[in-house]
Design a protein around this ligand. Structure first.
Ligand SMILES: [Zn+2]
Length: 450
């Protein structure tokens, strides 16, 4: 008997936690944190207490109360007693927070299966973010096309294109047929061929069920979305026609977008300035040659920006050890100001205070290469525009989404032809239902038998 239980990712974008059981085999597909995690009960300084393990989260039903899943120290102050693992594995589709972040709570004895690149990402997050600790697990790394046997199931990860490298969908062969999981995916990115390959293999497996993401399954899309190629052309036009500095804000781990701006800078004879964090991430990702990314220590088009810290003298001792690696590529606010016309610089909202030191010439450019705000009252958006106005900067919104749009999802489902559909990672499962008779509404913590 095969069943699926959705402990997260239902009627919400992100936070996927899907339990698949086949006889005695029990595995989780993704174990992420919802974007609005705990926001109904915690705000500002009112935060869940780390010291209380999972206690504060259990109180409000924010994390499932399951025995044999969590690390002993997470349960010390809770009414769930520790038990040896009753779960065989967790499979991670990609390294986004909303798919991986709650593995921090898991019993370290539970094996975690993940892509080679995903492992690199989580190691970098642990090293550079200060608040990630995913613990020692028996980590099993995979590549596309591998076949991973766990109990009575066989899992085949197939690469897909998404806004982070090393993203996968899964074909899960069970005793009652194949269940396909899309993970997060798109068909308009630089590696749409990978999504195509996934779709073909998914179709050929004649799946009994499709667990399908629906981030952009919306009635009417209000926000502008471009392809990666369009982002490159539009940004290229801005950079090549100005003699001012161009700042760009992008998601820190979207390496396609990094590559886009790197190429735009290079083509117009500029250098790209990145943070030590991005330099460190690149220095690790070059280990995976398939990702085809430049080495920040060797590439002459990359410079690394060091903020003024404690001593004010850019002394080595002011920086973390992992940050020091790139000090021979160092630029500081003064050199950025002097060389404005020769630079494209990564700068997200949280680093805007650097603008006070850099003091860019009026008429400089800022390309916002991330999602547009969800509402017009978005406070961060207002703050961002206040800064841009203050420094007389021109604003541009160029972004390519990491997800398929409604038509593409509909086409994908039509092509794969699953017997049943379980929409996840969406707020609009009724739109799946509208189009496909077989669509199954999923409900949190309810078990669905195949
Ligand atoms: Zn994602």
């Amino acid at each position: 008997m095969v069943s699926l239980t959705f402990y997260g990712g239902v009627n919400e974008i992100g936070g996927n936690k899907i339990l698949l059981e086949d006889g005695g085999t029990r595995v989780f597909i993704d174990f992420g944190q919802p974007f609005n995690f705990g926001s109904g009960f915690f705000t500002g300084y009112l935060a869940a207490r780390g010291i209380n393990g999972l206690g504060d989260y259990f109180e409000f039903g924010l994390v499932p109360r399951l025995k044999g899943l969590y690390a002993a120290e997470q349960l010390t102050f809770t009414d769930v007693s520790y038990a040896k693992p009753k779960f065989d594995a967790v499979f991670l589709s990609h390294a986004h927070f909303d798919h991986v972040n709650h593995i921090q709570f898991l019993d370290p004895q539970i094996p975690v299966y993940l892509g080679v690149g995903t492992k690199l990402f989580i190691e970098v997050m642990e090293k550079t973010s200060g608040f990630c600790n995913y613990r020692e697990h028996p980590y099993q790394m995979f590549r596309t096309g591998d076949k991973l046997k766990v109990g009575s199931i066989l899992v085949e990860p197939i690469h897909v294109d998404h806004s982070i490298p090393a993203a996968y969908g899964f074909l899960i062969h069970t005793s009652e047929g194949t269940i396909v999981y899309t993970g997060d995916l798109r068909a308009h990115g630089p590696r749409k061929d990978m999504t195509g390959e996934f779709a073909e293999k998914a179709c050929a497996s004649e799946p009994v069920a499709l667990i399908c993401e629906g981030t952009r399954m919306v009635e009417k899309e209000k926000r502008k979305n471009y392809s990666e190629d369009q982002v490159k052309k539009l940004s290229g036009a801005v950079v090549s026609t100005t003699d001012r500095i161009v700042f760009v804000a992008r998601y820190s781990r979207d390496m396609d977008r990094f590559r886009t701006f790197y190429n735009v800078a290079k083509k117009s004879g500029r250098q790209i300035v990145v943070s030590p964090k991005t330099a460190y991430l690149l220095s690790r990702l070059v280990e995976d040659r398939r990702l085809d990314l430049p080495d920040p220590s060797k590439d002459e088009h990359i410079l690394v920006y060091y903020k003024r810290k404690r001593s004010g003298e850019f002394d080595e001792r002011d920086y973390y050890i992992w940050e020091r690696e790139f000090m021979d590529k160092m630029v500081v606010h003064e050199s950025v100001r002097k060389n404005q016309r020769k630079l494209v610089m990564d700068l997200n909202l949280y680093q805007f205070a650097e603008l006070v030191d850099i003091n860019p010439d009026s008429g400089s450019h800022f390309i916002h290469s991330m999602s547009e705000p969800f509402s017009e009252e978005d406070i961060e958006d207002q703050v961002m525009h206040n800064w841009l106005d203050h420094f007389g900067m021109c604003f541009h919104q160029f972004h390519a989404s990491g997800h398929m749009n409604r038509q593409q999802i509909t086409d994908l489902i039509g092509y794969i032809k699953p017997k049943r559909i379980f929409p996840v990672h969406t707020e609009n499962q009724h739109l799946f239902k509208k189009k496909f008779d077989t669509a199954q509404t999923t409900e949190r913590e309810k078990e669905y038998k195949l």
